[in-house]
Design a protein around this ligand. Sequence first.
Ligand SMILES: *Cc1c(COP(=O)(O)O)cnc(C)c1O
Length: 451
Amino acid sequence: MDTLTPDSYEVHDPQALAQARAILDACQDGRAMQESVTAAVRRNETWRGQQCINLLAPEAPTSPAVRALLASEIGTRAAEGHIGPVNRWFAGTRHIDEVEALCVELLKRAFRCRYADHRLVASMIGNLAVYTALTEPGDVIMSIAQPFGGHSSNRWDGPAGVRGLKVVDVPMDPVELTVDLDLFRRVAPLVRPKLVALGASMTLFPFPLAEMSAVVAEWGGRIFFDGAHQIGLIAGGQFQDPLREGAAVLTGSAGKTFSGPQSGIMVWDDPALTERLTHAVFPVLAATHQVNRVAALAVAAAEMIEFGAVYMAQIVANAQALAAALETHGIPVIGASKGYTRTHQAIANVRSFGGGLDVAHLLARANIIANKNLIPGDTPADWDRPGGLRMGTIEVTRLGMGPAEMATIADFMARVLVARESPDSVGEDVIEFRQAYQTLYYNFDHPLPAA
Ligand SMILES: *Cc1c(COP(=O)(O)O)cnc(C)c1O
């Protein structure tokens, strides 16, 4: 490898960048450069889109209707500001106002709430909007540490840190991955957090939200539910209902269980928070907010209103079936005593199979895509090579699969990890299996898979 000099330092993989430079150097003209981009996109579509079993928990395949809207003309229009002719800086937004108003009202119906914001280009930004609106620099918040599933957006190394907040850990039970409520009742009054962020990226079970809300109410503290992962389950009525259980505000990723375009959603009920939360979105954190994405989000919300209950229930049933099937192969899964999971996720402890990094790359060679994950017992030093493997069942469910197919997927994984079969030969069988599952369901073109 080249020795690193200060002006050759790269955060990105230097080899990947060097390869891109070589491709571009070999191009005759700009058209050839364009073709090298689109060819890589097509390769991904063939592999990930048609051949792989995708078990990445934060991914969802969008319906054809949602995808088509992402390429629509409206995405080239500038429309910053709030909905309505007087609120906008630009003229000509008549139909954009229609689309955005429909999106807001659809989100309110999907979440059975009074207010929704549609302009967050990422849930990460949604969380920053919450911290901007509801905290001051120097305030104390509590959130879940990363080894227990917490997300950087609520920690010192993300938006909460950018806002200058002091972050105290929500005490967690190291075995069950649930909040240690007794310890919370003792710790929280000592630091009197203004906000407690609940929700997590590694998420298996509901949180004791109502109980925690009662604790922090004593000093006027609030619960903020970061439902990045669970927000589709929440819309579909298949998880706890944070706004009904006392959360002041709920954010989430539109592109995880909600199965819409990758971006953020923020919903709340209290009119007293509306001015602050909305101001934090515009003008503070959003300007041109991608109206094509708003249109796609609106349609995803309509799909969720129509199909959310049955789609999300199947996602959870599939995650439970996948976890149980893995255990029968001797691959331990967290949460066994409680039925493994009440979300789209299953978390395996793969330390004895080489750890999360090696396992994830081995499975990817077999065309099964999942991610390494920190699990209890890992330390920050284990960040790159943690002990866990996180799987999600959003995509396999939307492709029409059920518990029988989850058993098949567990078989494939066990052939690689337990029987130590060559991942390349298992991968051929995976491609063969996947051929029969190419239609996306739970949308208006293809409502429900055959039972
Ligand atoms: C994924 C995630 C986020 C960030 O969401 P994006 O939509 O990717 O910006 C925030 N919080 C949690 C808990 C997450 O899992």
